[in-house]
Ligand binder design. Structure first.
Ligand code: MCA
Ligand code: AMP
Length: 514
């Protein structure tokens, strides 16, 4: 078997000068490439010493730190499966993920150890470690006793590297199983498509539990041997202040909106920057244009999913496949990446001509293997000829650019995080006195889109919108909480009884706009 471990490829790209800086933090700490290598080796040796079964999942819910990055690398290196979890998730959410994935190892922050370990041990997890963002925790204590050399586990390209949970329109979250081959092929494609070059420095300001921050940004820098300026949290002033030392930035649209509100964002601040990438949610044309005017840079928008990593991108330079076009067109997500097949189909399964709007389907080395332990769901989401149904709706234009015009899946993307109405409605419907509810996404100047809940009371019941929100807050991750809740006598319906969410969206569309 040839070595297809993603870590082996990343490690091979480390610069020869291992003592040079690989990561610099906002606290002034500098980690060398040798530090990344040694620490990931020590953690990998710790995991190997635990004699975990093949394919073991390592579930991680920790604050962002360089040690958390090392933990990700160690998991790949030792050949186990990384399962990142949003730090905002509360106990019911964590209980579901741990129960479903049955990880052999769970790593959490010391502050959450009591409740997380209880859930983990109940689910049969053998090992629970802690890792804090101040370089403390039992994971580091135990790893420090290990050897700092480690033989990278040999992996096939089809072997699992990570599971990313993503919700569906109905039912519980599904774990998208991504392989070493999925991620390596995507990282290599992006390295060349985005023109990564010697001397590039990335500002990393995204969370590291989703595809954008964990894969696109980290793999992009590491596979190019590029230094990262590592910010624990996004802070617009700090990012702008760091720009003169950097060349590449990646962010969800909200980050660009927030930076545009800073007077310090100007051409002088971005003088050394080479590339600004946006994705995870639609970038408004206003943001695209304002950014161009203020900085002289054209944001490169791309499109991806947890199940597929990156799918399309606006060109960085002339794209030979498309008559040498190099224009980054606002409002589009660019061309299918090299190696990715993307088609637009009608509901009847017919491939649609240029300009017609339909369902986006994709195929390629980047597309995930299956949903974790959900063969039926996996089957439903693929066509008979092997294309994955993205649930996004879009079109091609005559020049080959893809535009996403909407989604067939009931999903709200708020500040780059996905909120599934079905999940929130499920919680609201469980509350005493609630007959029914509907959650819709409406435009928001900061988050792009936010959820608004519309709730019907049972006959004779008195409901308070504030109490509904308070009750949700006690159970769910904060970004999922509707920004507004209305208790109303009835919901608009079609003749068949289906709630007309488009009418609710329309009714509330100006709620957060000036
Ligand atoms: C925070 N809040 C939010 C969100 N974030 N509300 C709605 N949507 C959000 N995204 C609320 C909190 O509930 C809280 O409300 C208040 O804002 C302050 O919380 P805090 O954590 O301090 O907020 P923040 O630090 O300002 O965070 C905003 C953020 C963050 C920086 C935009 O949401 C973020 O990092 N987003 C990026 C997500 C991301 O990486 N997505 C990539 C997914 P209260 O005070 O009422 O409790 S990967 C993906 O989609 C794919 C595949 C792709 O294509 O990339
Ligand atoms: P997830 O897999 O949960 O991270 O979310 C993936 C979804 O994010 C996609 O199916 C799209 O709906 C959306 N998405 C990602 N990038 C873009 C983009 N550039 N424009 C519009 N939607 C996007």
């Amino acid at each position: 078997m040839t070595q297809a471990n993603l870590f082996a490829a990343l490690r091979a790209a480390f610069p020869a000068q291992l003592d040079s800086a690989a990561v610099e933090t906002d606290h002034g700490l500098v980690y060398s490439w040798r530090d990344l290598d040694r620490a990931s080796a020590m953690m990998a040796n710790l995991f190997n010493g635990l004699k975990l079964p093949k394919g073991s999942r390592i579930a991680v819910q920790v604050e962002k730190s360089v040690e958390a990055l090392m933990l990700y690398l160690a998991t790949l290196r030792a050949g186990y499966v990384f399962l990142p979890l949003n730090t905002a998730y509360q106990s019911a959410e964590i209980e579901y993920f741990i129960g479903n994935a049955e990880p052999a190892v769970v790593v959490c922050s010391g502050a959450n150890f009591a409740w997380v370990s209880k859930i983990a041990f109940k689910a049969g997890t053998q090992h629970v470690f802690t890792l804090n963002d101040d370089r403390t925790g039992t994971l580091l204590e135990r790893a420090s006793q290990q050897k700092d050399e480690h033989q990278i586990a040999v992996k096939d390209q089809d072997d699992l590297a990570a599971i990313l949970y993503t919700s569906g329109t109905t039912g519980r979250s599904k774990g998208a199983m991504l392989t070493h081959g999925n991620m390596l092929s995507n990282a290599q494609t992006l390295k060349s498509y985005w023109g990564w070059k010697k001397g590039d420095v990335l500002i990393h300001a995204l969370p590291i539990f989703h595809v954008h921050g964990l894969f696109v940004a980290i793999h992009g820098a590491l596979i190019n041997g590029s230094k990262m300026i590592w910010l624990a949290k996004f802070d617009p002033k700090l990012v702008i202040a760091k720009m003169p030392e950097a060349t590449v930035f990646m962010g969800v649209p909200t980050l660009y909106v927030r930076m545009l509100s800073e007077p310090s964002l100007n051409k002088e601040a971005v003088r050394n920057m080479r590339l600004f990438v946006a994705g995870s949610a639609p970038l408004l044309i206003e943001t695209f244009t304002e950014w161009q005017q203020r900085t002289g840079h054209t944001i490169l928008e791309r499109y991806g999913m947890s199940e597929t990593v990156m799918l399309t991108s606006n060109p960085y330079a002339a794209d030979k496949r498309h008559k040498g076009q190099s224009e980054r067109r606002g409002g589009t997500v660019g061309f299918p990446l090299p190696g990715v097949q993307l088609r637009v189909q009608g509901d009847d399964g017919r491939s649609l001509p240029v300009g017609e709007i339909g369902n986006i389907q994709v195929k390629g080395p980047n597309v995930f293997k299956a949903y974790w332990r959900m063969p039926e769901k996996t089957k439903e989401e693929f066509t008979s000829d092997g294309f994955f149904k993205t649930g996004d709706v879009g079109k091609f234009d005559e020049r080959g650019y893809v535009t996403i015009v909407g989604r067939s899946k009931d999903l709200i993307i708020s500040g780059g995080y996905n909120v599934y109405p079905a999940e929130i409605e499920g919680y609201i419907n469980e509350m005493p006195g609630v007959a029914e509810s509907a959650l819709v996404g409406v435009p928001h100047p900061d988050f792009g889109e936010v959820g608004v809940a519309v709730v019907i009371a049972k006959a004779g019941a008195q409901l308070s919108a504030d109490q509904i929100i308070a009750s949700l807050k006690s159970q769910l991750a904060n970004f999922k909480i509707p920004k507004k809740c209305f208790v109303v006598p009835e919901l608009p319906r079609k003749t068949m009884g289906k709630v007309q969410k488009n009418l609710l969206r329309d009714e509330h569309k100006n709620l957060f706009l000036a």
